[in-house]
Design a protein around this ligand. Structure first.
Ligand SMILES: [Zn+2]
Ligand SMILES: [Zn+2]
Length: 340
């Protein structure tokens, strides 16, 4: 209260201290945040609250432990026998283009570990119990002398539990867990795209020693569409027209995801001419409105002519001016635009 802003009007320093104290309180009162804070400090908590998915959020002490055998120096000899949050899982899901645009519900079968029912996840055959680990004498960690440093490490025999089982469970062979396939429903909101991550809370691996389960992340891969290319929330398609439609103008039938529409092609349209059809694109996944549909005109010259057509083209040739000027410099920009 000493640093509360109401008691310290216009005192910037007190305000900062109050913020610090508030942050410390919220960190300590939330075990998950607290462990993120312990591992990564201030920055981890500022982000998404240490949700644990970010692949950069690995246990630093584990990595250092792997490489240098020094990991537990950083954890201050933290024992691993307490409740821990289960691992997050990833499930890759391919969905159709239209389902990504309009949303859908998909049934999946996701594998995860579940506690063995026979031994209740303990790994010991029921009735056999456990015995104190002879390597660490129940402490869960061992002390190594390395030159002038003495280093604590998690005991390798009991993995920090401090005890080892006498007889392994006959059903799970001492693992305590076995893999099960779970049927889950995934709600896919309209407007998702490849790489969109959907989180299913508490559907990850169970937490060791009675800790909370992790989350399941469904990572979407959206299949291509034969007609439409997607760029963000806009759709693009190419519509071929013949030379006479391009020269004279025409009523064009164009596809949209909700059926055909008619647009007016003005006379003198060229390859690369582009129309925008408003709000026929992809809905914004966390908002309102939709992207647009862009129709790119592709003028096709007939590859084969019958006799009558040939005669008409010959007449045209005799009356049309000859195009013998070099192409403008700007044409490459236009080509780039067209292939966008
Ligand atoms: Zn041990
Ligand atoms: Zn078992």
């Amino acid at each position: 209260m000493e640093h509360h802003p109401d008691r310290n009007p216009n005192n910037h320093e007190a305000e900062e201290r109050f913020k610090e104290a508030a942050e410390a309180y919220s960190v300590l009162s939330d075990p998950q945040k607290r462990s993120a804070y312990d591992r990564f400090g201030h920055q981890a908590v500022q982000g998404n609250g240490g949700g644990g998915f970010d692949p950069s959020q690995v246990d630093l002490s584990d990595i250092l432990g792997e490489f240098f055998g020094l990991g537990d120096m950083f954890g201050g000899g933290r024992r691993r026998s307490g409740p821990q949050r289960g691992e997050d899982l990833r499930y890759d899901l391919a969905i159709d283009f239209e389902d990504a645009v309009f949303g859908t519900t998909v049934d999946i079968q996701a594998p995860r570990l579940e506690a063995c029912k026979h031994c209740k996840g303990k790994g010991a055959e029921p009735g056999t119990g456990a015995t104190t680990c002879p390597t660490c004498r129940g402490r869960g960690e061992v002390l190594y002398q390395q030159s002038f440093l003495s280093v604590r490490r998690t005991c390798g025999q009991c993995n920090g539990a401090g005890e080892i089982i006498k007889k392994r469970c006959t059903v799970c062979r001492g693992e305590g867990y076995h893999q099960v396939e779970r049927k889950l429903k995934v709600n896919i909101p309209a407007g998702v795209d490849s790489g969109t991550r959907l989180r299913l809370s508490n559907e990850g691996q169970p937490g060791p020693n009675g800790g909370p389960p992790g989350d399941l992340y469904v990572i979407l891969k959206v299949q291509d569409h034969p007609v439409f290319d997607r760029h963000g929330n806009d759709l693009h398609c190419r519509i071929p027209v013949n030379v006479s439609q391009a020269a004279l103008g025409a009523e064009l039938q164009i596809p949209t995801l909700e059926g055909a529409e008619t647009v007016k092609l003005p006379e003198g349209s060229q390859t690369g001419t582009k129309f925008r059809v408003r709000s026929k694109g992809v809905p914004h996944v966390n908002g309102h409105g939709r992207g647009d549909l862009y129709v790119h005109i592709d003028v096709k010259v007939p590859a084969k002519l019958n006799k009558a057509q040939r005669e008409l083209f010959e007449k045209l040739r005799d009356v049309l001016p000859v195009e013998n000027e070099p192409a403008e410099k700007g044409i490459f920009e236009k080509v780039k635009d067209y292939f966008m």
